[in-house]
Design a protein around this ligand. Structure first.
Ligand code: PEP
Ligand code: MG
Length: 328
């Protein structure tokens, strides 16, 4: 019930065996930080910065300026009162068009979106990177890059960040020199070639919304195939568990920031895979926390191992439901 959930707002998310789990909020605008703080989030795990850019149909100079973006990022950082804010660089294209008139791609989800778009528009990207870096002088900020798949994209992105830093230095503007840079793992190729990311990145964040879309070849916004969008498909579980395990083995933080992280049906399964960081819509946070407070990790790890060996979808679904039904 609501009242019961309210009681756990201030206590940390710790499993019965004492493992601390970090619960973070997904936000779209700085004003969402109030709800994030209210929910007891330990920080922002995903700031979808494209919402500052959307609805400004037209040409480039109608896009938010560096100062305007900086103000928004700083506002979020200040509102989170010392808790980390993970700002994802522009993820436009596909279901989030910047300019409706430009929507001509036949397969927008496979087209020029997110980091591909930013690397094709270096001035726009540089402006955003400088604005984010400037906000990092006001509290802990992390940079998150969407839709990376290729090593050269990572290298070009890192070079752009260095250039943004260099420009700020010459302008004598303060920023966090050691800002952490992470990659969204949301293209199957990225999950399957994870060492390439582990080598170059400070942290990883799994975007299950796109990872499922691309793994199963299901358009996430097409209602006609929505029944085929199954987070428990063995291929999806394989990718998820592999990324979490390899990240942990390499000692680099891994979070999940797609819808799966905020769905209590999957909390125990993700815990069983070894996930320590969940980022979700603030409205889901207390329910997920309650699930964690009643979970015993050893039991869940054993059950998850069995589930990952299973290849029968109905048996997997039943086993995942079973995990939830049995308070350990
Ligand atoms: C995802 O793909 O899971 C994700 C978190 O990003 P978005 O939903 O904004 O694409
Ligand atoms: Mg995504």
């Amino acid at each position: 019930s609501r009242r019961k959930l309210g009681k756990i707002k201030k206590i940390p998310a710790i499993t019965l065996d004492g493992t601390v789990i970090t619960l973070l909020a997904n936000i779209e605008l700085p004003s969402d930080c109030a709800t994030a703080m209210e929910s007891g989030a330990s920080g922002v795990g995903l700031f979808r910065s494209e919402f500052l850019f959307m609805g400004r149909i037209g040409t480039q100079h109608e896009l938010p300026t560096e100062d305007e973006q900086f103000e928004s990022y700083r506002q979020a950082v200040t509102a989170m009162k010392g808790r980390p804010v993970t700002i994802r660089t522009l993820d436009v294209g596909a279901d989030k068009p910047l300019n409706v008139e430009e929507q001509t791609a036949l397969n927008p989800a496979l087209g020029l979106r997110a980091i591909r778009y930013c690397l094709a528009e270096p001035q726009l990207f540089l402006t955003q990177l400088k604005a984010i870096l400037r906000a990092s002088a006001f509290g802990p900020v992390k940079l998150l890059i969407p839709m990376l798949a290729h090593a050269f994209e990572i290298d070009q992105t890192l070079a752009m960040i260095d250039r943004a830093k260099q420009e700020l230095r010459s302008e004598k503007i303060k920023f966090d020199e050691h800002i952490k840079i992470g990659a969204m793992i949301e293209i199957p190729a990225a999950a399957l070639a994870l060492p390439m990311f582990i080598k170059r990145m400070d942290f990883l964040s799994i975007g299950t919304n796109d990872l499922i879309q691309y793994t199963l070849a299901i358009d996430r916004v097409d209602h006609e195939v929505a029944h085929l969008y199954n987070p428990l498909h063995p291929a999806v579980l394989y990718l998820l568990s592999t990324v979490i395990a390899l990240g942990r083995k390499a000692g680099i933080p891994v979070s999940v920031c797609g819808e799966m992280a905020g769905d209590v049906k999957f909390t125990r399964l993700l815990l069983g895979m070894g996930l320590l960081e969940f980022s979700m819509h603030p409205a889901q946070l207390l329910a997920v926390k309650q699930e964690i407070l009643n979970s015993d990790l050893d039991g869940l790890i054993a059950q998850t191992k069995k589930i990952l060996r299973n290849t029968e979808p109905s048996a997997i679904a039943a086993a995942v439901n079973q995990m939830r039904a049995n308070p350990t």
